[in-house]
Design a binder for this molecule. Structure first.
Ligand code: CDP
Ligand code: MG
Length: 697
């Protein structure tokens, strides 16, 4: 393959610093018989996992230490096995629960279903899971509960000390998601009040020492509670050794201009030239994954012979249960599975049978700039640590190969060593309101595993004040602040819902909020653009995307919620079912917090005003002499454009509000609605106090 140049680096096994006292270091090796997976009984499979050798050690450490840190390579069995060991050892006795958190919803679902299968129980009984808007647990029956770290944070609002849990395993801690970091800070506080609570922090590549330092602080402060319980206050660190097989790394000889196209060509080359073994391709999100699936499927159809035997499957959050199962089911003999995934398959999920990894070098990452007050999702280069993790996925069952769609020079000279914790590149609005709702007033003084920037914090306080969520003393307002905190959505969406109750359009706004909470209700993919654009026109509303969603929702209802209707209109049926579910739950939450459920019967001005009440901070106006549709944000004067997927693309009304920004070559506004600028001063006089009324024309 002349395009490819072999590299020198091989992914390394995990090494844990064992200089400090109180650190336990054990070693072992990966069972080489794991390639005969699939033929062994479930019990045998469990015993072959590297973590099995540490079962007694883990249980001993959890018994004797308040906090245990477990580091082990992806696929060693941390997530699926440790919660089961804890249950077998009696940690779920007496009505107590064992929790295992994950940053990603899809990981929660698939891991819970695997564990239920291993235990031979029905998912939702002894083993259950909870993600936002989906609770598959049974009170008094479920003892092992998988949940997102965000859901566990929400549970603290009702039960601040998380009293029903005996052990909480915070998994995938190396991902440093914003919720994981907040959770770690809060769990540290809880441990002081509930010394009997055990924490397990587990991850693939954690800098175990910094985590351990974070949880060790208690000793310095001489807090003796745990000693009364006979517990070690020093966190224990356990390293599960179990190195994968060698992976040969190949680099692109030249930078690639289009990574989707390059990835597809690489997969086809692998299929043509390499022996059997599945391929795992890392792209960034639903758009480019769907595009690659489409390109490969076209190839299979048109070029039958060479590409026969390829089974092409996408993997991203929002897939239906059936689609998830396909990804995890064994590859039929003589076939080759190609799984095209977001970075969820980097460490959260293990796919058996992968021998070839194709790494685009990118992932979607959140970036927030507190100066311009703009947060967007950017396709950005991954870190070296991520690249090594991705490559490691190829060495699970036998020696494998990794194809990096970037040059070795780029890897060595330009990729950062580690990613930046999400808390340092996020808008802090949701985080601040959650901490406030938990009664934590001194947010700047909160004990963070990594401190957020003070500018981001100040911006968050300012916007929450403008939303009427915080008062002059930065305390939650009553009822608005408490209501906003109760709704498990972005505070701007929650505020929009609360405002809709007063404006008499809550039925419509709840539908809109439900649609905004699913990734996309459109079926997309290269080659379908024209048809899907035409379908969109059938529902397009002059007011913008939010009102268009209402038209679609109405059409879906009138069709009797038909899947054929969705298919005909290029609408994702599965996403629409999800919208119905979320809407139902939002309705219940709205009723619980005392909102009035009412329809405005076609008065779209009320709907637009409600959107404005939540999203006033995202107001933009069209540049007077712009011929290319350039808008400027009202607050930060940032240049933005309407996204081509919006029904207002090329319509370019003068005043708009957007729901979110995506950044590619430009900053694009997604989900846009027209407004009357005078509503901005009404909705947020403080926020827009510096704007002269005569500039709002
Ligand atoms: O958490 P960690 O990465 O250490 O490993 P795990 O997720 O507990 O996976 C242990 C084993 O279970 C691996 O061999 C996976 O392939 C298998 N597994 C599976 O077959 N299906 C799932 N849905 C999850 C895990
Ligand atoms: Mg895991």
């Amino acid at each position: 393959m002349s395009f490819w140049k072999p590299g020198t680096e091989r992914p390394q096994g995990r090494v844990v610093d064992d200089e400090e006292g109180g650190v336990l270091f054990l070693s072992g090796s990966h069972s080489s018989s794991s390639s005969s997976y699939g033929y062994a009984s479930i019990e045998k499979q469990r015993q072959r996992l590297p973590v099995y050798k540490y079962r007694t050690a883990i249980l001993y450490l959890v018994e004797t230490h308040a906090t245990t840190i477990v580091v082990g390579e992806t696929g060693s069995g941390k997530t699926t096995q440790i919660p089961q060991y804890l249950k077998e050892a009696g940690w779920a006795a007496g009505g107590r629960l064992i929790a295992c958190t994950q940053p990603r919803r899809l990981a929660v679902q698939t891991v819970a279903s695997r564990v239920a299968e291993e235990m031979g129980v029905k998912l939702g009984d002894e083993v259950g899971y909870t993600i936002r808007f989906e609770d598959v647990t049974k009170p008094d029956v479920t003892v092992l509960k998988f949940l997102t770290d965000g859901v566990l944070l929400r549970e603290m609002m009702d039960d601040p000390l998380l009293t029903k849990y005996s052990v909480i395993m915070v998994d995938e801690a190396h991902e440093r998601s914003i919720s994981t970091d907040i959770l770690l800070g809060l769990l540290k506080k809880i441990q002081r009040r509930r010394p009997e609570l055990r924490l397990i922090i587990s991850s693939a590549t954690i800098e175990a020492k910094s985590m351990s330092d974070f949880f060790r602080m208690r000793k310095k402060r001489r807090e003796p509670e745990n000693e009364e319980h006979g517990l070690e206050v020093e966190p224990a660190i356990l390293s599960v050794e179990g190195r994968g097989f060698n992976v040969q790394i190949n680099y692109a000889e030249e930078p690639v201009p289009d990574y989707v196209q390059a990835a597809v060509s690489t997969v086809l080359l692998i299929h043509e030239r390499e022996p059997t073994g599945d391929v795992l391709l890392f792209l960034t999100g639903q758009d480019d994954i769907d595009a690659a699936v489409q390109l490969l499927s076209d190839e299979v159809q048109t070029n039958g012979k060479q590409s026969s035997g390829l089974i092409v499957l996408p993997l991203y959050s929002g897939l239906s249960r059936a689609e998830q199962e396909l990804v995890f089911s064994p590859t039929p003999r003589g076939k080759r599975k190609v799984v095209i995934s977001t970075n969820i398959a980097e460490t959260s999920l293990t796919l058996e049978g992968v021998v070839y990894v194709v790494d685009s070098g990118f992932s979607k990452q959140r970036f927030y700039n507190p100066i311009s007050d703009i947060e967007n999702l950017v396709v950005a280069p991954i870190s070296k640590a991520s690249a090594r993790q991705r490559a490691g996925r190829a060495g699970r069952v036998r020696p494998g190969k990794c194809y990096r769609l970037y040059t070795e020079e780029y890897f060595l000279k330009h990729m950062s060593n580690e990613g930046i914790p999400e808390i340092q590149r996020s808008n802090m609005v949701s985080c601040v309101i959650q901490l406030k709702a938990l009664g934590i007033d001194n947010i700047l003084g909160f004990d963070w595993p990594a401190s957020p920037s003070p500018e981001a914090m100040i911006r968050a306080l300012e916007i929450l004040y403008s939303l009427g969520v915080l008062d002059d003393d930065a305390k939650l307002t009553s009822p608005t602040g408490f209501q906003v905190a109760e709704i498990p959505l972005d505070p701007m969406v929650s505020k929009m819902i609360i405002a809709s109750s007063e404006l008499g359009c809550s039925q419509e706004i709840i539908t809109i909020a439900a649609v905004l909470s699913v990734q996309s209700i459109w079926i997309s993919g290269r080659g379908m653009q024209k048809e899907s654009d035409e379908a969109k026109l059938r529902f397009a509303a002059a007011e913008g995307d939010h009102v268009t969603f209402l038209n679609i929702y109405k059409g879906f209802h009138q069709s009797g919620k038909s899947s054929q209707w969705c298919h005909k209109n290029y609408i994702n049926y599965h996403a629409m079912r999800k919208v119905l579910e979320v809407r139902d739950q939002l309705k219940r939450i709205a009723q619980r917090i005392g909102l009035v459920l009412k329809s405005c019967d076609g008065d779209m001005q009320a709907v637009r005003k409600a959107v404005c009440a939540g999203f006033f901070a995202n107001a933009c106006h069209l540049e007077a002499y712009s011929h290319n549709g350039m808008y400027k944000t009202l607050r930060g004067s940032q240049e933005v454009y309407i996204h081509p997927s919006s029904v207002l693309f090329r319509v370019n009304p003068k005043w708009v509000i957007y729901n979110s920004l995506v950044s590619t070559d430009r900053q694009y506004m997604r989900n846009v609605i027209t407004i009357d600028p005078s509503w901005l001063l009404e909705a947020a006089p403080h926020f827009y106090q510096l704007l002269k009324p005569d500039s709002l024309h």
